[in-house]
Design a protein around this ligand. Structure first.
Ligand code: HEC
Ligand code: HEC
Ligand code: HEC
Ligand code: HEC
Ligand code: HEC
Ligand code: HEC
Length: 356
């Protein structure tokens, strides 16, 4: 088998990062920002950096920004769709693991455009004003150069932004970076990534590798990030966007921070459904103590589990409308939730209305 040039790059990055990997995370940033992954200097490329044929090949060109593809999306997708060069982020997965972010719509069944974020869409983000007049791009959400290479890290923030997510998406004034811990959990960071070893996509990008902390029990950095484009869909409890609580008036939009499952009782959200006997599947929630799933060993009758956008949606999409996670309480977990899941399965993870 011919040595893949990209694998060479990844191995090099691994060798370089050995011993310091906990700080240099994860890829396309800092020391793993390999310009030649995405740029070509002269609009011509006879071979890759290691002498083997370039993989992926240069397509068309020369193009603006010296990109290796016709435009940013097709350039990213040359590695990130249907290859083993990089994690597959569009449609079905070439790997056999459950992706945390799911798959972007391809436009054809079972990944129709109404099942997540459609690249190329000129639509306005629901609840906000953002639209990309030339069509939605990966780089509307991800910083192609890793945030670290553009701006200094804010105080107390050493790993760059999780998944190279863009600061201030949608041009919002809001700048709440999604911080993350690797290997050992740090409850002061928003995300816990258990393993960030490069070249192991089925570990690095699997739902089992990621959980969400709650460093501030009244907020969600993740929901704030989505709010950059979906302005009105997120706010603090009692705030104008989502309304109040029962004492001052019920919610007018679903909460995504600052309220724990079961806090109000009376079926508004129910810790008994969350803690149901025999339950084996839980959607993702934030928890300040890193508990996430009910267990008699670690949790009492009430927990501090807080829903956020990722409890209900896959960030990229899946085979369900709106990229919803329709997860029954038992059964094999898939990117759709569970194979037999329906809309109600999602709600009955936390609410007593309806049949789980
Ligand atoms: C993951 C892909 C990727 C990698 C790796 C990458 N770039 Fe880029 N770069 C892009 C894209 C995409 C754009 C164009 C963004 C746009 O459309 O506005 C860009 C734009 C640029 C620009 C124009 C100014 C700007 O920031 O938009 C410069 C200069 C640049 N890159 C330099 C580099 C250098 C130097 C490296 C290596 C240290 C590098 N890039 C690595 C994807 C990448
Ligand atoms: C850079 C702006 C931007 C950010 C950030 C963003 N979105 Fe969107 N979103 C859009 C646009 C534009 C649309 C409408 C076009 C489409 O459906 O692809 C959309 C549509 C959606 C839809 C409807 C999809 C459908 O198929 O009808 C959902 C659900 C959604 N976003 C959830 C989220 C969540 C959750 C986050 C945070 C992880 C998020 N968005 C972050 C721009 C954004
Ligand atoms: C609307 C915003 C948005 C767009 C557009 C988008 N992403 Fe993402 N992406 C995210 C968010 C948010 C996450 C992490 C969230 C999570 O896993 O819950 C993510 C995760 C990822 C991951 C980690 C994979 C995983 O399953 O955890 C990769 C790789 C990635 N994106 C690449 C891309 C590429 C390449 C494109 C374009 C082909 C793209 N993204 C388009 C928002 C976006
Ligand atoms: C030459 C191939 C190549 C191209 C082109 C490419 N990537 Fe990647 N990307 C990779 C590889 C390889 C990884 C995974 C490294 C690993 O985990 O082993 C990766 C990982 C990522 C991640 C996850 C970072 C993390 O560590 O959490 C994001 C986000 C991402 N790419 C976005 C993009 C975007 C956006 C573009 C286009 C602007 C792009 N990539 C273009 C090869 C590529
Ligand atoms: C409790 C589950 C839940 C949470 C939490 C949640 N959503 Fe949704 N979202 C849904 C459902 C379900 C729909 C489909 C519409 C419906 O049934 O009301 C939806 C629809 C959407 C849409 C499409 C709206 C339209 O007009 O087409 C966007 C955008 C969206 N959500 C973004 C977000 C963002 C951003 C967050 C976090 C701030 C979030 N959602 C949190 C369940 C949720
Ligand atoms: C991960 C847990 C979780 C999931 C999943 C979830 N919810 Fe909720 N929901 C909550 C919490 C927590 C509250 C706030 C109520 C409280 O304070 O106890 C809430 C509040 C509500 C309220 C407002 C009640 C009030 O007092 O005003 C409605 C209605 C609601 N959810 C419907 C839904 C529907 C429909 C779904 C499925 C699409 C859903 N929820 C999925 C946790 C969840």
């Amino acid at each position: 088998m011919k040595h893949s040039p990209l694998l060479g790059i990844v191995m090099l990055a691994l060798a370089f990062a050995a011993g310091s990997i906990a700080l240099a995370a994860d890829y396309h940033m800092g020391t793993t920002l390999h310009c030649s992954d995405c740029h070509n200097m002269h609009g011509s490329l006879t071979h890759g950096q290691d002498g083997n044929p370039a993989n992926p090949a240069l397509v068309g060109g020369p193009t603006t920004f010296l990109l290796k593809g016709a435009d940013p999306n097709s350039m990213c997708l040359a590695c990130h769709d249907g290859t083993t060069l990089a994690p597959d982020v569009m449609g079905a997965n070439t790997g056999s693991f459950v992706r945390e972010a799911g798959g972007l719509p391809t436009g054809t069944t079972p990944y129709e455009s109404w099942k997540g974020h459609s690249l190329g869409s000129m639509a306005t983000a629901p609840g906000g004003t953002f639209s990309n007049p030339t069509g939605l791009e990966c780089v509307d959400c991800h910083n192609q150069h890793g945030v670290s290479s553009v701006t200094g890290f804010p105080v107390g923030y050493t790993n760059g932004q999780w998944r190279n997510l863009k600061n201030k998406p949608g041009g919002s004034a809001n700048n709440t970076p999604i911080t993350y811990a690797i290997g050992t959990n740090d409850p002061t960071k928003d995300v816990f990534e258990r393993d960030a070893t490069l070249g192991q996509f089925s570990t690095h990008y699997s739902i089992n590798n990621v959980d969400f902390n709650e460093p501030n029990t009244t907020s969600s950095a993740y929901a704030n990030w989505c709010k950059g484009c979906h302005t009105n869909f997120h706010g603090t409890v009692g705030g104008t966007e989502i309304g109040g609580v029962v004492t001052t008036g019920n919610y007018i939009r679903h909460p995504a921070e600052g309220v724990d499952i079961g806090a109000l009782g009376g079926g508004h959200s129910s810790i008994s459904r969350w803690n149901a006997t025999g339950k084996t599947n839980w959607v993702k929630v934030m928890d300040p103590a890193g508990l996430w799933q009910y267990s008699t060993a670690t949790s009492g009758a009430t927990g501090n589990y807080t829903p956020s956008c990722f409890s209900c949606h896959k960030a990229h999409g899946n085979q369900n409308p709106y990229g919803l996670i329709e997860m029954r309480q038992t059964g094999t977990v898939t990117e759709e939730g569970t194979a037999d899941g329906v809309y109600t399965s999602l709600c009955t993870q936390c609410h007593v209305q309806g049949t789980p």
